[in-house]
Design a protein around this ligand. Structure first.
Ligand SMILES: C[S@@+](CC[C@H](N)C(=O)[O-])C[C@H]1O[C@@H](n2cnc3c(N)ncnc32)[C@H](O)[C@@H]1O
Length: 253
């Protein structure tokens, strides 16, 4: 895994989140829940997935790049069912296994496989950028979904993926179309700009707690990550865009 993008940084990140009270408090304030977020998984964004899945104890939920599995556990609390997740970070999966009952695996996107028709919901919050071949991975996720199953994706342009004209020109939209997956997409760029500003304010609020734990570098990371939202929304919007995609695999005829 060592050669994969950001791998050692994520190992360090998930080692820190296992014990940092400052980071957990920051997450609760910034995102509404502590999912050990590295990115943008605000609970209000994640809750949109609930509109597309009927609760039930026989559900199977998969999270791609599940980190410490806390978001999955939250989804399970709302929907019921069993949880499955994979992440290339061994530190993250160690925590997930310690905290939750579920099927958690250390694996990289593009290398792992599941049987066809396994899942009612697949979530991928800011993880698809790491697929070596996005179109191939979308095809694989389609196969993993049960008929009628839902793919729910948080997707950003302007950092790992370059900014394109609009939602229809994103690499993800093209991959979904290629696989015949009808999708709806919501533009949440303004909400994301506001979230970034809130992340910054919450990091500042907990600055002393980060210092007291010897976790100054993670406070600095948050400051760097949120600097782009210090400019006016109109300027931010030129460079960044964020969407929630919801795609459904058609029911078998
Ligand atoms: C931007 S973070 C998002 C994490 C989480 N979904 C969230 O919203 O906070 C990306 C996640 O994907 C994982 N990841 C990155 N590249 C990966 C890869 N090639 N295969 C599997 N997991 C990967 C990271 O360890 C991390 O947990």
């Amino acid at each position: 895994m060592d050669e994969l993008l950001f791998h050692s940084a994520y190992e360090q990140f998930y080692t820190m989140t296992r014990t940092s009270r400052a980071f957990a408090a920051y997450c609760r304030d910034a995102f509404g829940e502590d999912f050990s977020q590295d990115g943008f998984s605000d609970v209000r964004q994640v809750a949109r997935a609930l509109e597309h899945v009927q609760p039930g104890n026989d559900l199977h939920l998969l999270d791609v790049g599940c980190g410490s599995g806390k978001m999955l556990a939250w989804l399970q609390k709302q929907l019921g069912g069993s949880i499955h997740g994979f992440d290339y970070s061994a530190q993250a999966i160690q925590t997930a296994k310690a905290l939750h009952t579920g099927d958690f695996r250390v694996a990289a996107i593009g290398e792992i496989d599941y049987p066809e028709n396994s899942f009612d919901l697949i979530t991928a919050m800011d993880t698809l950028y790491f697929a070596p071949d996005m179109a191939a991975f979308v095809g694989q996720m389609k196969r993993w979904l049960k008929p009628g199953g839902v793919l729910f994706v948080g997707y950003q342009e302007g950092d790992v993926q370059p900014r394109t004209r609009d939602v229809s020109t994103t690499v993800l939209a093209r991959a979904l179309e290629q696989h015949g997956l009808a999708y709806q997409a919501e533009d949440i760029t303004r909400e994301t700009w506001e979230l970034l500003r809130r992340k910054r304010a919450c990091a500042e609020k907990h600055h002393q707690a980060f210092l007291d734990e010897g976790n100054e570098m993670w406070y600095e990371m948050l400051m760097g990550q949120t600097e782009c939202a210090m400019e006016a929304y109109e300027a931010f919007r030129e460079k960044m865009a964020r969407y929630i995609f919801v795609a459904k695999k058609e029911d078998a005829a």
